[in-house]
Design a protein around this ligand. Sequence first.
Ligand code: FMN
Length: 339
Amino acid sequence: MDFSIFALKYYILIRIGQIAAGEFPVILAPMEDVTDSPFRSICKDFGADVLITEFVASEGLIRDAWKSRMKLQFETKERPIGIQIFGANIDSMIKAAEAAQNAGPDFIDLNFGCPVRKIVMKGGGAALLQDVPKMISMAKAVVQSTRIPVTAKTRLGWDEHHLEIVDIAERLQDAGIQAISIHGRTRVQLYGGKADWTLIGEVKNNPRMKIPVFGNGDIDSGPKAGEMKERYGVDGILIGRAAVGNPWIFREVKAFLGTGSVTAPPSVTERINMVRLHLEKSLLYKGERATLFEMRKMYSGYFRGIAGFKPYRLKLILSGSLQEVDSILREIQYLSLSE
Ligand SMILES: Cc1cc2nc3c(=O)[nH]c(=O)nc-3n(C[C@H](O)[C@H](O)[C@H](O)COP(=O)(O)O)c2cc1C
C-alpha cells in the first residue's frame, strides 16, 4: 500500500478570529501617509498576507471628516484587511469602530503604540501604556460593540522601567482581543536603538496566551525574518519601514521563509515600472498634488542601492508635476541603460 499521500504536509493556518491569515502571516505594518490603498494593493501583489490601513483618528471618523473617511477605503483584493483606529475617549472609539466596521473590513485594529507627541499628549496611541486599566476598558468596550474581530498593536511598555507587555497582552486577550502585534520598543525609545524581541518571545511563550502574537521591529530581509521566526516562535511578523518604496520585501521574505531561497533584487527597469504604477494608482486615488507629496517618501526606497541615483532623488522630490517626474524617470532609465 502506498502511504505517500499521508506524507502530505498539513498546514496550520493562523486565524484572526475566524479569518484565515496564512500559515505564518507576513503583514504590512500600518504607516501613516504610506500604507494607503494604492501602496497596500502593490504590497499584496508581492505576497503580503494581511494588510492594515494607516491609523484613522476616532474623532475624525465621528465628525465624518473627509480625510478620515478616505482612509477607510480599500479594494477587495486587499483582504484580509484591518482598519486601524486610535483615540483617547472610549465612547468615541466605540463610535469610530462602528463607522470603521460599516466600511466592511475583516477586522479592526486598535492603536495602543503610536509614540507621536501630539497624539500621546491627547491621551491616544502609546499614552494608553501609561493607563493600562483604560486601555483594557477601551479594548473590551470596542470588542463588545463590534461584530468583527478586534486586534491591538502596541509596544513593550512606556519606558524601560515599565516593560509590562507580558501582563498587558494577557489582559488584552481576556478583554476579547483576537490577535496582538508588538513592536519591540518602548514609547520613550520612539524609533531609536534596536528593537528588542526578547519580551515579544516571552509573550508568545506565555502558556496562557491563546491568540496569535505577531512580532514587529527592524525586519528588513528574508534572513532577518527567518531568524525572528525561529528564535522567538511568533505566529507572524509585521514589516514597516523596510517596505517603504520596497514592496519586493514581501517577495523576498516569503521566498526565504518558504524555501530558504534568496531572490534577486529588482532591476532598474522593474523599479521604474513600479514607480510608474504606484504614481498611476495614487493619482486616481488622491490626485496629483497629494501624489507628488506623498511619493517623496518612497523614492529612496525604490532606488536604494542604484549607483548614480543620488542627484535624481532631489530632482524627484522637488518636481512640481507628474510630467516632470516622468521625464526624470526617463533620465534614470537612460543612465542605467548606458552603463
Ligand atoms: C512613517 C511611519 C508611520 C507610522 N504610522 C503608524 C500607524 O499609523 N499606526 C501604527 O500602529 N504604527 C505606525 N507606525 C509604526 C510601524 O507600524 C511599525 O510598528 C514600526 O515602524 C516598527 O516596524 P519596522 O521596524 O518594521 O519599521 C509608523 C511608522 C512609520 C515609520
